[in-house]
Design a binder for this molecule. Structure first.
Ligand SMILES: [Zn+2]
Length: 74
């Protein structure tokens, strides 16, 4: 994947966490399970019960990581 900022080829990899990874427009103060029904949250990770993992691309020059959640478990 080409970096949308500089156009250089990005490094393919993963973002991992001990817990499910999600995007939300409102940060939560305490841990909770994403409310998919509320549709404010988008699950980014797959393998959420074993090793939450997101497919991602990294540009070291721009210090950007792009997450691809096409295969995430919604
Ligand atoms: Zn870049």
């Amino acid at each position: 994947m080409k970096c949308p900022y500089c156009g250089n080829e990005m490094t393919s990899g993963v973002v991992q966490s001990a817990r499910q990874i999600f995007f939300t427009t409102k940060a939560h103060k305490n841990w909770f399970t994403p409310d998919i029904a509320g549709s404010e949250e988008i699950i980014l990770s797959s393998h959420n019960w074993t090793r939450p993992t997101c497919s991602a691309y990294h540009c070291p020059d721009c210090k950007k990581v792009i997450v691809d959640y096409e295969t995430a478990q919604q």
